[in-house]
Design a protein around this ligand. Structure first.
Ligand SMILES: Cc1cc2nc3c(=O)[nH]c(=O)nc-3n(C[C@H](O)[C@H](O)[C@H](O)COP(=O)(O)OP(=O)(O)OC[C@H]3O[C@@H](n4cnc5c(N)ncnc54)[C@H](O)[C@@H]3O)c2cc1C
Length: 302
């Protein structure tokens, strides 16, 4: 069976930084990424705002990913893309699936940097039909920023955190009409800089204290019925797309069965959005580098 000192699962900002630091500490490192290239969420982000604190540069997400991927490929760490880690066992082995089929790897430490999951439109429990055009923000980003497709022309955006704000700007910047950004709370969420940069220049209508209470349309969405939570008044917003940006949840699927006492085994560490949701990538990189370096001290030398 193959062996590595440190197995890193996930090649987003966190996994890349952790793998780099552990490898620079002289450990044998294997990073596995299920997609065809490292970068994770960064690959979908065409907007600027990445690396201001850590690199002192204002990069797009894709540029930030490229900066670290280049360093990673030049390092001694081994990177395998198109490889999904299916499970982890207490005997410090992992079951993986790659282009050549299933295989196992033994490791000393494992860094889980699997990112996060989006709350899906289904999990929001909004009554009504389920026509085309109801998408999570992540899916819309994939369609538009990776596949070059158009997710919609007149979206309603649900959720005013950073992801919702950035999606609103993406639609408005390309000349499309954002019908409204709706938010249940009494104020817009997200970072101050995103509120300033994403909403104000485009005069995007923001409806606070507002919930989506019904999705309308048969084949394609035609509108969303909304309720003002203060007055109870309902009305219909006509749109061709509903983008949900209702929250992110750390993806700890792989360690679910490893924590009978609610504690992680001592050979497993979490980092990046898998550990807690990070608004800013610079802190992901910093924390993951510190983790990689400290595990690098503990793991046996090559
Ligand atoms: C829409 C949006 C906009 C943002 N805008 C900004 C911004 O302007 N500025 C800023 O600083 N930050 C921004 N952020 C935050 C920042 O991008 C993220 O916090 C950071 O990129 C998260 O990195 P990560 O490595 O933790 O997760 P991810 O990027 O999600 O990486 C996880 C990786 O793990 C892989 N993976 C998962 N499971 C497995 C498995 N079983 N086997 C193998 N591989 C697996 C996935 O394919 C993925 O590549 C934004 C985030 C979002 C969502």
């Amino acid at each position: 069976m193959e062996y590595t000192d440190i197995l890193v699962i996930g090649g987003g900002a966190a996994g890349m930084a952790a793998a780099l630091a552990a490898s620079e500490a002289g450990r044998r490192v294997l990073l596995c990424e299920k997609e065809d290239r490292p970068g994770g969420i960064l690959n979908r982000c065409t907007h600027r705002g990445f690396g201001r604190a850590f690199l002192g540069r204002d990069l797009t997400g894709q540029e930030y990913a490229g900066f670290f991927a280049e360093r990673l490929y030049k390092s001694a760490a081994e990177v395998r893309t198109g490889v999904t880690v299916l499970s982890l066992s207490q005997d410090r082995t992992a079951l993986l699936s790659g282009r050549k089929g299933l295989f196992r790897i033994k490791f000393r430490f494992c860094i889980l940097a699997a990112g996060c999951l989006e709350k899906t439109p289904g999990s929001l429990g909004i009554p009504g039909t389920r026509p085309a055009g109801v998408l999570t923000a992540g899916t819309a980003q994939l369609l538009e920023n990776t596949d070059g497709l158009i997710a919609g022309y007149r979206p309603v955006i649900l959720g005013s955190g950073d992801v919702g704000l950035i999606m609103a700007r993406q639609f408005a910047e390309s000349g499309r009409e954002v019908v409204a950004l709706i938010e249940q709370k009494d104020q817009v969420g997200g970072l101050l800089r995103n509120r300033r940069e994403c909403l104000e220049p485009y005069r995007i209508p923001v409806l606070l204290h507002t919930a989506a209470v019904e999705i309308l349309g048969r084949d394609r969405i035609t509108g969303v019925r909304i309720r003002d939570l203060e007055t109870g008044f309902t009305r219909i917003l006509h749109c061709d797309t509903l983008i949900t940006a209702a929250g992110l949840i750390p993806d700890r699927t792989l360690c679910r069965d490893l924590m009978p006492a609610g504690r992680l085994p001592d050979w497993l560490r979490l980092c990046g959005n898998c550990e807690s949701i990070h608004d800013i990538v610079d802190s992901v990189t910093r924390e993951a580098m510190a983790l990689g370096a400290s595990l690098g001290q503990e793991a046996p030398r090559k």
